[in-house]
Design a protein around this ligand. Structure first.
Ligand code: UDP
Length: 297
């Protein structure tokens, strides 16, 4: 194939032929945009570097199993297309339900241990994980709905802003308030969600080691931080700011009431990774509290 950029006129002619032959609308504005895109692709393609990425996830206890299939299908389609991604799953699901991931069989434990023990579980595979350029963790009860691409790859850690606290200064981030916890901290500039996190392998392994140690220290005091692993992630990022701060597009609640959030955000975020409402964790009281909050605005 001749990789030389085409002229706009040549491109318009070919694109029109293509759309007409396929019975699609031959829209002039789309063709102009396509012509910029094709030239961009032709000039950038040779510069692309393909990274080895490990996608880490946990699925313990039967009520979480139902999320696994959609999570894997969505991740295979939308997560870092064009890179080499391997999936590592810590789970107690029957082996036929592993959806092609490499599984580390894990005993089920009660909430909040499945989430709080994540760094401890991942670090058991440290040597394997070191073979990768990047590591990313994602909650199983989330759904990929758009491309999560090269924008998440930086020179350090990648963290996603929690949608609830990315809106107004008056919405005070729920950081750990107890000085006895290693996660105790001042109010941060950003409050990050624990559901999607990662970064360059060396940086994420370093972060996981510190967080695991801090969680263990809290355990010796018989204490668990307010928001479990999320509190420790925020404390770590407070001391070691992330290289990439992602918008709430990457932690976009499925229960989001657009009329409410978009007014407060002052913009709309395009959902890429959506957090799913769990049947077993919603309550009538929770729904009533949200309604009250909206009505008092
Ligand atoms: N998790 C699990 N089994 C459990 C509880 C949690 O596998 O019994 C894992 C699962 O990957 C889940 C993550 O821990 O997505 C975080 O837990 P959860 O989503 O319940 O926390 P939330 O985001 O609702 O605070």
């Amino acid at each position: 194939m001749d990789n030389k950029p085409t002229t706009a006129e040549e491109f318009a002619r070919l694109a029109n032929n293509f759309y007409m032959a396929n019975g699609q609308a031959s829209d002039y504005n789309r063709i102009i945009s396509d012509s910029h895109l094709i030239n961009y692709i032709l000039t950038e393609k040779s510069k692309l570097k393909k990274y080895k990425v490990a996608f880490l996830w946990i699925c313990l206890n039967p009520q979480y199993w139902e999320y696994a299939k959609d999570m894997m299908e969505g991740a295979r389609k939308f997560f870092l297309p064009g890179h080499q991604t391997d999936f590592f799953l810590w789970s107690d699901m029957p082996p036929e339900n592993n959806y092609g991931a490499t599984v580390f069989p894990t005993e089920p434990v009660e909430w909040p241990l499945p989430t709080l023990m994540r760094y401890s579980l991942f670090l058991q595979q440290e040597e394997k994980l070191k073979e990768y350029d990047y590591l990313f963790y994602c909650d199983v009860d989330m759904k990929f709905v758009g491309i999560v691409g090269d924008e998440i790859l930086g020179e350090g850690l990648t963290a996603a802003q929690h949608p609830m606290y990315a809106i107004r200064k008056e919405f005070i981030a729920p950081t750990e308030p107890n000085p006895k916890s290693t996660a105790y901290m001042d109010l941060p500039k950003y409050y990050f969600a624990g559901g999607f996190q990662g970064g360059k392998t060396a940086d994420f392994i370093k972060a996981m080691k510190v967080m695991k140690k801090n969680i263990d220290v809290d355990f010796t005091k018989n204490y668990m931080a307010r928001w479990n692993d999320e509190s420790h992630w925020n404390k770590y990022l407070h001391d070691n700011p992330p290289y990439i701060v992602l918008s709430p597009s990457y932690i976009y609640p499925d229960s989001l009431i657009k009329e409410y959030y978009e007014k407060l955000w002052g913009c709309s975020y395009v959902p890429k990774l959506v957090t799913l409402t769990k049947k077993f964790s919603t309550s009538a009281e929770g729904g009533a509290a949200v309604t009250k909050m909206i009505n008092t605005l």
